[in-house]
Write a protein that binds this ligand. Structure first.
Ligand code: AMP
Ligand code: MN
Ligand code: MN
Ligand code: MN
Length: 277
């Protein structure tokens, strides 16, 4: 039976396991088709491919690109990319630049809110110096006792209107889809249920994505509620998108669902992997 997970993070972005360890963890949970999709970075793809091969898992090279669309941060996953494609590699490097300065600003804000030392604190959780993320700050706020857990951090800090939120201009939708397609990959809108776009905004995003050559959306993801699995299965059918599935794994025990708990895609949608084997 196919157990496909096309959305996972390693220490190359904001996960806590190295690429090979994520491969092992996924394999142990029964995954047999697996993609590593670190944020704005393909530095883990080579190691992940080797580890997956040793475990007999079908490997899919991936990435999750941060974009700004209509003043919202949206994530676009690229699957089956050539991770050495110069346009993609340069685009990702440009997207990563500015994360460190943003981290310092986030820390300044947190200091003004009475939480000192957040830059250094977050840095202890960072493995890839190019990829300081809000997740690293969230782990520090939990470690230092400011919040009890990660979801609490993202309710009280680091999000719009709360201390530690620094608006950031990421890549454009056109760029991200262009880099992915230029690298021979499949563009996928990650966890569409997480964006607060409203129905009209979401429709506009889907239309524009489709026009640019986007072909799939995530339907079953650790970032969706079970209700949203069905909602986005319907949206996929309505727009003619293929459907993807992935845990959005970051760390054992940290994600909303673990590998074993994620249900299969509803049978009403066409999987993004329908013609891969
Ligand atoms: P950044 O790319 O630095 O803005 O960080 C975004 C990352 O923060 C996401 O990829 C998630 O790993 C994490 N994140 C954002 N919102 C939440 C949330 N509500 N709960 C848990 N993690 C979140
Ligand atoms: Mn993340
Ligand atoms: Mn994401
Ligand atoms: Mn993700």
């Amino acid at each position: 039976m196919l157990n496909v997970d096309l959305h996972c993070h390693s220490t190359v972005s904001d996960g806590v396991l190295a690429p090979a360890a994520v491969a092992k963890y996924a394999h142990k949970a029964g995954v047999n088709v697996w993609a590593l999709t670190d944020h704005d970075e393909v530095g883990g793809v080579a190691a992940a491919r080797v580890a997956a091969g040793e475990l007999g898992m079908h490997f899919v090279s991936g990435v999750e690109i941060s974009i700004t669309w209509a003043n919202h941060t949206v994530h676009i996953v690229g699957l089956q990319i050539d991770a050495d494609n110069p346009g993609l590699v340069q685009g990702l490097a440009d997207t990563r630049s500015g994360r460190d300065a943003r981290g310092r600003e986030m820390a300044d804000q947190l200091a003004r809110a009475g939480i000192p030392g957040a830059y250094e604190g977050a840095l202890k959780f960072v493995d890839n110096p190019d990829l300081m993320s809000r997740t690293h700050f969230a782990r520090y706020l939990v470690e230092s006792g400011v919040c009890a857990n990660i979801p609490e951090v993202f309710r009280k800090y680091l999000v719009e209107g709360k201390p530690g939120y620094v608006p950031h201009r990421w890549a454009s939708l056109t760029q991200a889809v262009g880099w992915i397609r230029g690298a021979g990959g499949i563009p996928v809108i990650a966890h569409p249920g997480r964006y607060k776009l409203g129905m009209v905004g979401q429709g506009a995003l889907f239309d524009e994505f489709k026009q640019l050559g986007g072909t799939a959306i995530e339907v079953v993801t650790g970032s969706h509620t079970p209700d949203q699995y069905h909602l986005y299965a319907e949206e996929a059918r309505r727009y003619g998108f293929l459907a993807s599935r992935g845990t959005d794994f970051h760390a054992p025990g940290e994600s909303r669902v673990d590998f074993a708990a994620l249900p299969p895609l509803p049978s009403s949608v066409k999987p993004v992997w329908h013609d891969w084997f």
